[in-house]
Ligand binder design. Structure first.
Ligand SMILES: Cc1ncc(COP(=O)(O)O)c(C=O)c1O
Length: 451
């Protein structure tokens, strides 16, 4: 049975379809009310890391809920918040110095927090002219107005353009379809130097920060830039005194097989935002990790951060996050994400023999399958065919959940991909089922469109 928008009191995002009623989860599986079982190869949306239905987390949640569910952050702090901050601080890149953590409820809130933090940092330094943010096309940083302003997903921005802040975007480092028409390494990683060009135009004295996902999450899943990219970005940020913000809402806390996605480049940002994997889906929770350079400036100037929400540092959510991070540590799941991710990547690369698979990429448990109509020319199917959507729908009928890419990297925003971001506990058997179902779904839909 499905719940249909026209009959339901719920304001569903998509009014054109029915929604299966999800009922329970167990490990890598999620079940609907009919008892249909789905392999959750999307991890919800890169959220579920330790798996569904872990008893230890439920017990920790119940214990904390009975003791104290909520203490207002303006009134006091709580042990769960302090414990979780300590765990996050231990994972932060060493180059950030002694970090401090600000907890909020979701990734978009974390982005807003980072924007305001950067702005206030420069105010505290007496550089009130710095307020702009540079980000990248194809970047996704959330859906609230500030976050959407720096998001580079055209389709989602367009209806709200009159409300958005007019901040500049640079092209994303997508080597498969280079937006600058270049080829690595002859390109000299020009896509990174684009930041300098924008600073010249906008005036570095007006720019507070540069924000990017170290590995692209949802808009071009698992696209990672060349090895030199982030050290170039870091050097430009340093030279022009702008803050480097790494949006690790998807890539943070083990999703890519390391603590943070930026660790693959061995670069330390000034601010990290993270979410999803922090609580593994057991509670809404996100965080902003602030480098020593930034928070010390606040303290030296006796600054109050003029920002906050009711649920900042939510006691129960932090206790759940602390239990999830403890579970990850205890079961060595970040290493597992790295190792299983490598095996899964190899398995999925087996799909490259299909005529409709142009690229299979990724690190750890963040993997992407780029879909094409023609492998030689990389021409995608026309947008209106909804190739990725149809594949994801068919895969779900066959018992596997993957996320269809909603906006492509080809001209005219065409191009399809599939996001694969399973729980870190995925095993080889799960990988085999996923690959088999994807092979069948891609072939069936591809042949239907070309046939
Ligand atoms: C990289 C990135 N940043 C920010 C967000 C926004 O997070 P939320 O949906 O929790 O507001 C997302 C969500 O997918 C994301 O992938």
């Amino acid at each position: 049975m499905l719940d249909y928008p026209e009959k339901s009191p719920i304001f569903y995002r998509d009014m054109t379809r029915g929604y299966p009623i999800m009922d329970r989860g167990e490990g890598v599986y999620i079940f609907d009310e009919q008892g249909n079982r789905y392999l959750d190869a999307a991890g919800g949306i890169a959220v579920v890391n330790i798996g569904h239905g872990v008893g230890e987390i439920a017990e920790a949640a119940a214990k904390q809920a009975k003791r104290l569910a909520f203490a207002y952050s303006g009134t006091g702090t709580s042990r769960p918040q302090m414990d979780l901050a300590k765990k996050l601080a231990a994972r932060a890149p060493k180059g950030m110095g002694e970090v401090k953590v600000f907890f909020c409820c979701g990734g978009s809130e974390a982005t807003e927090t980072a924007l305001k933090l950067a702005r206030q940092y420069y105010l505290a330094k007496g550089q009130g002219g710095k307020y702009k943010f540079v980000s990248r096309w194809q970047g996704y940083h959330g859906n609230t107005i500030g976050a959407l302003s720096i998001t580079g997903r055209t389709q989602w921005r367009e209806p709200f353009l009159p409300l958005l802040l007019g901040f500049p975007h640079i092209c994303a480092p997508i080597c498969y379809r280079c937006p600058l028409g270049k080829t690595y390494p002859e390109c000299g990683v020009q896509c990174a130097w684009e930041l300098e060009r924008v600073l010249d135009v906008e005036g570095a004295e007006a720019v507070a920060g540069f924000m990017a996902e170290p590995i692209i999450g949802t808009s071009a899943t698992a696209v990672a830039p060349p090895p030199e990219y982030y050290s170039i970005i870091r050097s430009i940020c340093d030279e022009h005194d702008i803050l480097m913000v790494s949006d690790e809402v998807i890539t943070g806390l083990g999703r890519t097989g390391k603590n943070f996605g930026i660790d693959h480049w061995d670069v330390a940002p000034d601010i990290i935002t993270t979410g999803k994997a922090l609580s593994g889906g057991y509670a809404p929770l996100a965080a902003v990790i602030v480098s020593e350079k930034v928070w010390r400036t606040f303290w030296d100037k006796s600054e109050v951060f003029y920002h906050g929400h009711t649920y900042v540092g939510h006691t129960l959510s932090c206790a759940i996050g602390d239990a999830v991070q403890g579970y990850i540590q205890k079961h060595n799941l970040i290493q597992r994400s790295a190792e299983m991710g490598e095996l899964l990547l190899k398995k999925l690369q087996g799909l490259l023999d299909l005529p409709y698979v142009g690229e299979v990429r990724g690190k750890g448990m963040l993997l992407g399958v780029e879909l094409v109509k023609d492998k030689e020319t990389k021409e995608p199917f026309p947008r209106e065919t909804g190739f990725a959507d149809r594949i994801a729908h068919r895969a779900m009928e066959l018992g596997v959940i993957v996320i269809p890419g909603v906006q492509g990297t080809a001209p005219g925003l065409a191009g399809d991909h599939l996001q694969i971001s399973p729980p870190f506990i995925f095993d080889e058997e799960d990988g085999a089922l996923l690959t088999e179902v994807l092979r069948r779904a891609i072939l069936e839909i591809g042949e239907d469109l070309t046939g």
